[in-house]
Design a protein around this ligand. Structure first.
Ligand code: PMP
Ligand code: GLN
Length: 412
C-alpha cells in the first residue's frame, strides 16, 4: 500500500506563513482577526478557566453538555426543527475535524465526491485520504457589465454539475458562504443541488462556518432546510469564525443521527474528548447570543456592522490602484483579479508555478503585503484556470488596513 499521506500534495500555507514572518509583511493572508476578541468571550473563557476543578477535567466525549444543548436550541431555531442535543450534534476540534470525520464516515474506496472549485483547500486531500475520488466542478465568473462585480457572479453550469452525478457519487461538499470567494448560494442554486442529491441518493456536507457573516442583506439559506435534505445533510460550523476565536478550535457537526452516529464513533476512537474550558466558554457565548438574537445588543449584529465597514474600506483601497475586486456577499475574504496590474514575473526557474503563487511571493518580498493565491483552492491540474486571482482577508485591525492602504498608495 502507498501511504495515505502520499495522495496529498504539500500545502502552500506553511511556506507563505514563513515568508510572511521573514519579511515582516502586513498579513492579509490567513483568515483570523488580528484585533482583540470581544470582552464577553474573554470573560467567558476566563470564568471557565477559573471555575471549579471539573473545568480542568474530561467532559462528555461527544460534546460538553451545556454546549450541545445551546447549539441544539440556537441552530434548531434557524433550521426550524427540533435538534436532539446528544444524538444530532458532535463537537470537534474546529470545523476542520468535523469535515474530516464526515468524509471518513461517508466516503469509501472509489466513491466520488463532488467539489466546487475554487473551494476550501482541505476537501480534496480529505477525500483522497479516505480513498475517494474528487470530482471538480468549476465556479466561473460571468461577464457582468454595468455594475459592481461581486461574489454572486461566480456560478457553476447546471449542465456540468448534473453531468457529474452518477451511481458512484457519494457526497457533494459545498461551502456556503464560501472561502475564498465569499459566495452566498442563491435559493435556486441550492434547490438544484438538493434535487440532484435526492435523485442520486447523495449526501451533502455543507460547510457553513461563515453563516452568520453575510453582508448588505445577502440571505444565507441552509441546504438542510430544503424538503428531503435534513436526512442527507451534515452541516458544519465553528466558534472560530462565529465569535472570532480561531485559536479555540471549537467546531461541530449537526445532522441526522444515522450519519452522526458514525462520526461520533470515529471521534470516540481518535480524539475522544475536546478541551472542556473552551467548550464551556462557547456555550456561555451562544447563550448570550440566543437571548439577544436580532437585537442591537447582539454581538452578531455589531460584528456585521464592523466587518461590513472593513470590507468596504479594503474594497475601495483595492479599487484605488485600478483593481476590480469581487465584493463578497459573505465570509472573511475578498478575491480580486490581478492580471490587470500586469506585473511581469517571468523568472526562469519558477515558470512551472502558477502566476498567482509567484505574484503572492513577489508581493510579500517586494511590497511587504501577504495574501493567498486563489489557485491554492483548486486541484493541481486546474490551477492554470484560476491563476489570475488572489484572496485577501479583510477581518483585520484598522491599523493593518491602514498599513495596507499606505503600501497601495505608494504603488500608484
Ligand atoms: N471551513 C472553512 C470554509 C474555513 O474557512 C475554515 C477556517 N476558518 C475552516 C473550515 C476550519 O475551521 P476551524 O479553524 O474551526 O477548524
Ligand atoms: N481558514 C483559514 C483560512 O482560510 C485558515 C486556513 C489555514 O490555516 N490553513 O485562512
Amino acid at each position: 500500500h502507498t501511504p495515505r499521506s502520499e495522495a496529498v500534495s504539500k500545502s502552500i500555507w506553511s511556506e507563505l506563513l514563513q515568508l510572511t514572518a521573514e519579511y515582516k509583511a502586513v498579513n492579509l493572508g490567513q483568515g483570523f482577526p488580528d484585533f482583540p476578541l470581544v470582552s464577553f468571550a474573554q470573560e467567558a473563557l476566563s470564568n471557565a478557566v477559573n471555575g471549579g476543578f471539573h473545568m480542568h477535567q474530561y467532559t462528555r466525549g461527544h460534546g460538553h453538555l451545556p454546549l450541545v444543548k445551546i447549539l441544539a436550541k440556537f441552530f434548531g431555531r434557524i433550521l426550524g426543527r427540533d435538534i436532539h442535543p446528544t444524538e444530532d450534534i458532535l463537537v470537534t476540534m474546529g470545523a476542520y475535524q468535523a469535515i474530516f470525520y464526515a468524509v471518513q464516515a461517508l466516503v469509501y474506496e472509489d466513491d466520488e465526491v463532488i467539489i466546487l472549485e475554487p473551494s476550501y483547500h482541505c476537501y480534496e486531500p480529505m477525500t483522497l485520504m479516505a480513498g475517494g475520488k474528487p470530482v471538480h466542478v468549476p465556479l466561473k465568473p460571468q461577464k457582468v457589465t454595468g455594475r459592481t462585480v461581486s461574489s454572486a457572479d461566480w456560478v457553476f453550469s447546471s449542465e456540468e454539475l448534473t453531468s457529474k452525478f452518477n451511481s458512484q457519487t457519494k457526497v457533494i461538499i459545498i461551502n456556503n458562504p464560501s472561502n475564498p470567494l465569499g459566495k452566498v448560494f442563491q435559493r435556486e442554486e441550492l434547490q438544484m443541488i438538493a434535487d440532484l442529491c435526492i435523485k442520486h441518493d447523495v449526501i451533502c456536507i455543507s460547510d457553513e462556518v461563515y453563516e452568520l457573516l453575510t453582508y448588505d442583506g445577502a440571505q444565507h439559506i441552509k441546504i438542510a432546510t430544503f424538503p428531503g435534505m435534513w436526512e442527507r445533510t451534515v452541516t458544519i460550523g465553528t466558534a472560530g469564525k462565529i465569535f472570532g476565536v480561531t485559536g479555540w478550535k471549537v467546531g461541530w457537526a449537526i445532522g441526522p443521527r444515522h450519519i452522526l452516529d458514525h462520526m461520533q464513533k470515529i471521534h470516540q476512537n481518535s480524539v475522544q474528548h475536546c478541551p472542556t474550558p473552551t467548550q464551556e466558554a462557547v456555550a456561555v457565548c451562544f447563550q448570550r447570543e440566543f437571548d439577544t438574537f436580532g437585537t442591537e445588543e447582539s454581538f452578531f449584529t455589531q460584528q456585521l456592522m464592523l466587518l461590513q465597514a472593513k470590507r468596504l474600506r479594503l474594497t475601495e483601497c483595492l479599487r484605488s490602484i485600478g483593481l476590480q475586486p469581487f465584493v463578497p456577499d459573505g465570509g472573511y475574504f475578498i478575491v480580486t483579479d490581478i492580471s490587470t496590474l500586469k506585473v511581469d514575473l517571468d523568472e526562469p526557474n519558477t515558470k512551472d508555478e502558477p502566476y498567482d503563487y509567484r505574484f503572492v511571493k513577489w508581493l510579500i518580498k517586494e511590497k511587504g503585503l501577504s495574501t493567498i493565491p486563489v489557485s491554492a483552492f483548486c486541484t493541481p491540474e486546474h490551477r492554470a484556470d484560476f491563476q489570475n486571482y488572489i484572496r485577501i482577508c479583510f477581518v483585520k485591525d484598522d491599523s493593518t488596513l491602514k498599513a495596507t492602504e499606505d503600501i497601495l498608495r505608494k504603488w500608484k
